[in-house]
Design a protein around this ligand. Structure first.
Ligand SMILES: Cc1cc2nc3c(=O)[nH]c(=O)nc-3n(C[C@H](O)[C@H](O)[C@H](O)COP(=O)(O)OP(=O)(O)OC[C@H]3O[C@@H](n4cnc5c(N)ncnc54)[C@H](O)[C@@H]3O)c2cc1C
Length: 404
């Protein structure tokens, strides 16, 4: 039996962020991961990228991971443009309105994960176990015990589910999930555009769903997230490149000229999920293991990194107070805090998705007027920008500009 204070199941972006936030705590931590990502990056960007908010950037800087991202590749975006197909409705955001150098950064998920791994190098209290998959969870009075598929046993005061949307640990702890199908698949791909992106993130709302063009480090290359009815997404994954390029360019109103897909296309089913509990005796949930949301506002991992920072803060508070970090009473403040933030975000995504659904002329007119009015009303706009930058709501200390 190997004994730890904390076992994190899942070494994705969120799980590694929690380990990073606790690396100087003296707590004995194990991270279990099924498979580490390949270290060498190809010439073409990975299809899975994230728009990181300023709050996420601050967290990653505090964890010493931002330098690993900068040393690999990233792209700042300084403006954001959102509009609706065949409508006068349009809204634009500019970092200069907030006196910030940028609104956020587009980074490949693998780059974030690799940089977080680099930042854990030399942390004597953190043990990375990979490949490692747990097959059994036992929750006892004073500890939880995980049995791994290879027969090893790990005991810890607290086990944390950071194993993504289909979390094994959430199911093993018997925590129910509320979920609904968004009726969309997200088609993801990397595309080269005839015109330079100019460090602008763009999103067009079409009757089928939103299509985002996220600027990458190459001035003519973007990562796209195209939310579509499932059959349409599958057809666009299967069609020829020439056909895809034609349809994509048309769907984007040829805003950046002709588009050419580079590399593979894939489609990911989109489901809203929220766990009934984010904490139980000896178990806590965070990131996609606790909630998944529509990517139309690019907030999923931003929410997850805030979970990791909030849980780290709560664990440190309990450690300082000499409390048992695995007791439900110790985890309740974290659960209340992050559950309400996740509920707020889920409701906002649902509202946005419904607002832009349908092609009824009256609804379209109202949307157009609403977008224009918001564009002209600077206090409302400022709130939108602050929310997109992750500066709304109750922030953990790691995401603020203050000492942790
Ligand atoms: C199309 C699309 C676009 C998106 N764009 C954005 C965006 O722009 N901005 C944003 O903030 N968010 C975005 N998101 C959401 C974001 O990708 C997720 O919120 C994020 O990946 C969640 O990170 P995580 O670490 O919680 O989970 P994951 O990234 O799923 O990581 C889970 C980790 O656990 C490991 N694992 C799984 N099961 C086990 C097991 N049984 N044992 C051991 N290890 C295990 C996996 O190998 C993986 O490493 C997008 C999502 C989609 C689908």
């Amino acid at each position: 039996m190997q004994t730890y204070d904390l076992v994190i199941n899942g070494g994705g972006m969120v799980g590694l962020a929690l380990a990073g936030a606790l690396k100087t705590s003296g707590l004995r931590i194990a991270v279990l991961e099924g498979q580490w990502p390949v270290r060498s990056l190809g010439d073409i960007a990975d299809n899975r990228v994230s728009a990181l908010s300023l709050a996420s950037q601050r967290i990653l800087q505090r964890l010493g991971a931002w330098q690993g991202i900068e040393a690999r590749r990233l792209q700042a975006y300084r403006q954001m443009e959102v509009w609706e197909r065949d409508s006068f409705g349009r809204i634009g955001f500019d970092a200069r309105d907030l006196d910030e150098p940028e609104l956020g950064h587009i980074v490949e998920n693998r780059v974030i994960q690799l940089a977080l791994l680099d930042a854990l190098e030399g942390a004597a209290n953190v043990t990375l176990l990979c490949p490692a998959n747990a097959s059994e969870l036992q929750r006892l009075d004073e500890q939880a015990v995980l049995t791994l598929e290879d027969g090893r046993h790990l005991a810890a005061k607290l086990v944390v589910a950071a194993d993504g949307a289909h979390s094994w640990l959430r199911r093993a702890a018997d925590i129910p999930l509320t979920s609904w199908d968004y009726g969309h698949h997200a088609l993801v791909a990397t595309v080269r555009c005839a015109e330079a992106h100019g460090a602008v993130a763009r999103q067009i709302f079409t009757p089928e769903g939103p299509l985002a063009f996220l600027p990458l480090w190459d001035a003519h290359t973007c990562s796209i997230v195209w939310s579509l009815p499932p059959e349409r997404a599958q057809a666009l994954v299967a069609c020829s490149e020439a056909d895809f390029n034609r349809q994509l360019t048309a769907a984007f109103d040829a805003c950046l000229g002709l588009c050419e897909v580079q590399g593979a296309r894939s489609a990911i089913p989109l489901t809203a999920r929220v766990a009934r509990d984010f904490a139980r005796e000896r178990v806590a949930l965070m990131g996609d293991a606790a909630h998944t949301i529509h990517p139309l506002a690019g907030q999923g991992v931003n929410l997850g990194l805030l979970d990791a920072a909030a849980l780290a803060e709560q664990i440190l508070n309990m450690q300082r107070a000499g409390e048992d970090i695995g007791l439900l009473s110790s985890l309740r403040p974290y659960e209340r805090w992050r559950k309400s933030e996740a509920a707020r975000m889920l409701a906002a995504m649902e509202g946005l998705k419904r607002l832009f659904a349908g092609n009824h002329p009256l609804k379209k007119l109202l949307r157009g007027v609403g977008l224009l009015a918001t564009d002209l009303a600077s206090p409302v706009k400022q709130r939108f920008i602050a929310a997109a930058m992750g500066l709304e709501g109750e922030l953990p200390a790691l995401a603020k500009d203050e000492k942790f």
